[in-house]
Ligand binder design. Structure first.
Ligand code: FES
Length: 80
């Protein structure tokens, strides 16, 4: 099980957290990995100027945009 959390604090929200969340959800559906991914929203991670901030298990990834989601998903989630 991979734990994926996406910051939904206000700064990350303004930087497109919703689009990042939707993009991950779409890929999770497409590749049918719902049972392997624990997706959740998180509160502010303290890196508001580097949003969108996500965390995959213990790895924090900053400056995520919806356009980067595919590569991150392939490498860090499907690639495990
Ligand atoms: S709002 Fe996302 S790190 Fe602060």
């Amino acid at each position: 099980m991979v734990k994926l959390s996406i910051c939904i604090g206000s700064a990350c929200h303004l930087r497109g957290a919703h689009g990042v969340l939707s993009a991950f959800n779409a890929l999770i559906d497409k590749y049918q990995v719902q049972s392997n991914v624990d997706l959740e929203g998180s509160f502010c991670q303290g890196k508001c100027t580097e949003g969108v901030v996500i965390k995959i298990d213990d790895e924090v990834i900053t400056n995520v945009t919806k356009d980067k989601v595919y590569d991150i998903f392939m490498e860090k989630i499907l690639g495990r």
